[in-house]
Ligand binder design. Sequence first.
Ligand code: FAD
Length: 292
Amino acid sequence: MIPTAFEYFAPKSLDEALRLVERHGDEAKLLAGGHSLLPLMKLRLSVPRYVIDIGRIKSLRSIREDAGALVIGALTTHHDMETSELVGSRCPLLAETAAEIGDVQVRNRGTVGGSLAHGDPAADYPAAMVALDAEIVVAASSGTRRIRAEDFFVDLLTTQLRPGEIVTEVRVPASPEMSGSAYCKLHQPASGFALVGAAAQIALDSNGKLASVAIGMTGVAVRAYRARAAEAVLAGNKPSGKLLAEAAEKVADGIEPLADLHASAAYRRAVASVYARRALETAISRANERKA
Ligand code: FAD
């Protein structure tokens, strides 16, 4: 349970960190909260020669508004997200999701950038990020690029990140008027991660019809995804119990659910449907409360 020897760097600026990742390439690992990296290093599943601790780069820990979007720095901890007034008012789905992550120690150390970059299929944020149409901003020495959350997650522990790139922030469009959201999660009892997590973000029009609906799922498959077939059943319609049941049945359409020692594929598919329906019902009732 002791990592192999490595050289440690603690850059104080993003430019310095970018120079280090460019110089050391595949042999380097970034360290943020360390809650996923350190266990992997102790088990020697990850054996970086260089560890670049970005925890001292103050500019990466911020939450602000910019041109109508909520902009969240990569080093924002889950606790920051859970307790931020700005996140709570502009994007309650993210605050609710953050509050579901691990325990208080994990939420105090773990960061949004680390969670997204790690690409764990059972992590919570990815469901909310895909439902919110968030953009993940990554920097390299050669410049920056923005990646839609839906495209960012590629496979098990695999994202679009290239060697030499650092996640710097996440941009989340502001929630529209008369909108509601909810995150519903079945916790894996030992680890606390999501066996299934469903994030719903909806908006109602003045006639009570669904003007927009987005459902993000995590834990079900190798990567988080948008449940497009279920969304198509609901979009433009007035929500009813029958319609929600029909949509929930389609939440894992076209998806190959994971099967492991915690849950079979059939169980995950069934639970995905139940939790997506709960998230949708809660989101719709919250939108109606805001309207009233
Ligand atoms: P680190 O461990 O420091 O890094 C993780 C990976 O991302 C490494 O490969 C690192 O090189 C890379 N990385 C880090 N920051 C960046 C960046 N800015 N740009 C590019 N690459 C980067 N998560 C959940 O979602 N739900 C849970 O219920 C949950 N429960 C947990 C319970 C326990 C006991 C523990 C230990 C963890 C749990 N987690 C859970 C994970 C936790 O949320 C971590 O925050 C998350 O896994 C990684 O964030 P980190 O900041 O610790 O990243």
